[in-house]
Design a protein around this ligand. Structure first.
Ligand code: SF4
Ligand code: SF4
Length: 365
């Protein structure tokens, strides 16, 4: 008999592919030309040190030594981004907790200063985001926060974030809710296997104050490295899509690691050593050229030629870009996704028919 969790898994995969195919179909009608430069964002990693160690994160596999980004390098990146006409600065690390950087506010102030002020946002686990630090970052110029967390249950937090600091995190969020004023975007990204997670009073209060509260349903597995431990915690792996069109990451902008290395992808290139690695000096010299006609343009060509970098082949974060791409290639992406959907749903159904997996299925409490 198929268990409730298997039915949910099939439903999740079906919903994933339905949304994917709808986006592919809409992509067929996307504009034939990109009406802006292929570079809107720059990101740097304030530090690659974290005060948690989540089961779904590549942090546990990182090979780099821990270090904050030098303030002078942060300033150079911001200046290069402004010269390139970038509009947003992301302070979400590849891995690491941005608030560990003690001089983060200095860099934020530099980014929002004229000329060409940048919008600044970050993702944090919130353990260090007490109301005073929140106020300090807002005063410096951060306008968008995303806090990543589990359901507020100490045992669940300990298992999934492998941290004992849930009480501190919840106190921080309650304190920020007390002083929160509209004008700053605040989101909670919930990683939980629970079905009735939305009923928690903290989430209800957050929504009532205008915060976005969203649960992650499917997860990347860092090329297979986190899949088993995530599944054991009831966090399901996202299907892997075929890659025909260039990934959106090759349009958005570069990601500088805290040791100064750079990469086209802030999602997966954990140590900046894959084919997505970029030359930092070239980016600091002329970021737009690297994206418009240089190394990142060549990466986009590799996708189009069916030779996406190896790290991308196994990536479950892939999000294709349609605008400006040849219509035939968009149709190929749609056809490849249809075939992948049929195969994946058949495989998921067969696996469900074989009986329950040895994984946690999520609490009903
Ligand atoms: S808090 Fe963020 S950076 Fe740290 S281990 Fe978790 S997901 Fe990774
Ligand atoms: S496919 Fe994955 S690894 Fe490749 S650029 Fe996109 S998000 Fe990054």
């Amino acid at each position: 008999m198929i268990t409730r969790s298997e039915v949910e898994r099939i439903g999740l995969h079906a919903a994933f592919w339905a949304a994917t195919l709808v986006r592919d179909l809409r992509g067929l009608a996307a504009p034939a030309r990109l009406d802006r430069q292929p570079l809107t964002d720059v990101n740097f990693e304030p530090t690659n040190l974290c005060n948690a160690n989540c089961v779904f994160c590549g942090y546990q596999f990182q090979e780099r030594s821990h270090a904050p980004i030098p303030v002078e390098l942060g300033r150079e990146i911001i200046a290069a981004a402004k010269r390139a006409g970038v509009t947003r600065l992301g302070l979400t690390p590849m891995v690491g907790e941005p608030l560990v950087h003690r001089r983060l506010e200095e860099l934020v102030r530099e980014a929002v200063a004229p000329p060409q002020p940048l919008q600044v946002g970050l993702t944090t686990n919130g353990i260090l985001l007490d109301p005073a630090r929140y106020r300090s970052l807002v005063d410096a110029g951060v306008t968008s926060f995303t806090v990543s967390m589990t359901y507020p249950d100490a045992d669940e937090y300990l298992r999934i974030y492998r941290s004992k600091k849930l009480k501190q995190l919840v106190a921080n969020l309650e304190g920020i809710l007390d002083v929160y004023e509209p004008g700053v975007t605040f989101s909670l990204g919930i990683r939980t296997p629970r079905r009735d997670w939305e009923k928690h009073p903290l989430f209800r209060r957050a929504r009532a104050r205008g915060w976005e509260v969203v649960r992650n349903r499917l997860y990347d597995d860092w090329s297979g490295r986190t899949g088993a431990v995530m599944e054991a915690e009831g966090l399901p792996t996202r299907p892997n899509r075929p890659k025909r069109l260039p990934c959106l990451m090759t349009i958005a902008g570069p990601h500088f690691l805290s040791d100064g290395r750079a990469t086209a992808c802030g999602c997966r290139d954990l140590d900046g050593k894959s084919d997505l690695a970029l030359a930092p000096a070239e980016l600091l010299d002329d970021m737009l050229a690297v994206y418009a006609t240089g190394a990142v343009d060549r990466l986009r060509e590799r996708f189009r030629a069916g030779d996406a970098p190896e790290i991308c082949q196994s990536c479950r974060h892939y999000n294709p870009t349609f605008v400006g791409e040849p219509l035939g290639l968009r149709a190929q992406q749609l056809a490849a996704d249809v075939r992948a959907a049929v195969t994946d749903l058949a495989t998921t159904l067969v696996a469900a028919g074989r009986g329950p997996r040895e994984v946690a299925t999520g609490s009903e409490t």
